[in-house]
Design a protein around this ligand. Structure first.
Ligand code: CP
Length: 310
């Protein structure tokens, strides 16, 4: 039987995403009901790049489902350091475990890994490409804050070139009705052409690009801030020049809608002032918390564990 993998946010249909959101909310309301769903199942977390939220929320999710976890938080402690390929690593680990989550700095590594995995494989971020489980977390946040997925003006602000969470969420939100996008970034960090051409223009989705957060903020229903991705720059002086281009603070929020939803995948560096954390519109720590529940739902789906057996 063919196993399901998650490489890109659109590997799941809109209906499947909605089912996952429903299940995540049920788990959140009654977590004890699910605490043996993955008894005797093992999750591997293979992280070749640093992570706090993705790795630990996957691990928390599996523990909370009654399963166990093995893996590494640093590729330097795996046989990758001796020159083993990603595909050999994943092929081997899929003999030991029931499901795998991997983060790797190379774009496309998730695709290569999924090709050889005998168990469900989840992309926990491949370079500046995609981060589909962050997208599921973001979708759960949007749904729980706004109670819908349609009729939004969504602003993405910061590093839109390397920000994989942006790429995955744009693709996912482009599937809903009456969504338009405003992409706010320095000219050096604009959203990739393939997203503009193959996702937005092809589907007649309205968007424009801007360099000015202050000018755009009043138009937005959702503002998705991102950090400038230091680890993807070849040149440190460019990073230093661009890193503080946008800093969201209370002054800028004076012109924002009262029901603006402020999101950020985290980690934050300087791009949202600490004073914003207590604003009722700030959703980013809620977003981090939701990551556990949506990953619990995803693990259950990919392992084909029915709610009734829990
Ligand atoms: N949002 C996110 O991917 O965070 P981590 O890098 O801490 O996993």
């Amino acid at each position: 039987m063919k196993v399901r993998h998650l490489i890109d946010s659109c590997d799941l249909t809109v209906k499947e995403v909605e089912e996952l959101i429903k299940l995540a909310n049920k788990i959140m309301d009654n977590p004890n009901k699910y605490n043996t769903c993955c008894k005797n199942k093992i999750l591997a977390t293979l992280f070749f790049e640093p992570s706090t939220r993705t790795r630990l929320s996957f691990e928390a999710a599996m523990h909370r489902l009654g399963g166990s976890v093995l893996g590494f938080a640093d590729g330097a402690s795996s046989s990758g350091a001796k020159g083993e390929s990603v595909s050999d690593t994943v092929k081997t680990v899929s003999c030991y475990t029931d499901i795998i989550a991997m983060r790797h700095p190379k774009e496309g590594s998730a695709f290569v890994a999924a090709e050889v995995s005998n168990v469900p494989f989840i992309n926990g971020g491949d370079g500046g490409h995609y981060h589909p489980t962050q997208t599921l977390t973001d979708l759960l946040t949007i749904y729980n804050v706004k109670n819908k997925f349609e009729d939004f003006v969504i602003g993405f602000c910061g590093d839109l070139k390397f920000g994989r969470t942006v790429h995955s969420l744009v693709k996912a939100m482009a599937r809903y009705k009456n969504i338009s996008f405003i992409f706010i970034s320095p000219v050096e960090l604009v959203i990739p052409d393939y997203l503009k051409k193959d996702v937005l223009e092809k589907n007649n989705i309205k968007y424009y690009e801007s360099t000015n957060l202050e000018k755009e903020i009043s138009k937005l229903d959702i503002l998705y801030m991102t950090r400038v991705q230091k680890e993807r720059f070849f040149n440190e002086s460019d990073y230093i020049r661009l890193k503080d281009t946008y800093i969201l603070n209370q002054e800028k929020l004076k012109n924002a809608k009262e029901d603006l939803c402020i999101m950020h995948p985290l980690p934050r560096v300087n791009e949202i002032s600490r004073e914003v954390d207590s604003d009722s519109r700030a959703a980013y720590f809620k977003q981090a918390k939701y990551g556990v529940y949506i990953r619990m739902a995803l693990i259950m789906k990919l392992l084909e564990i029915e709610e009734k057996v829990c």
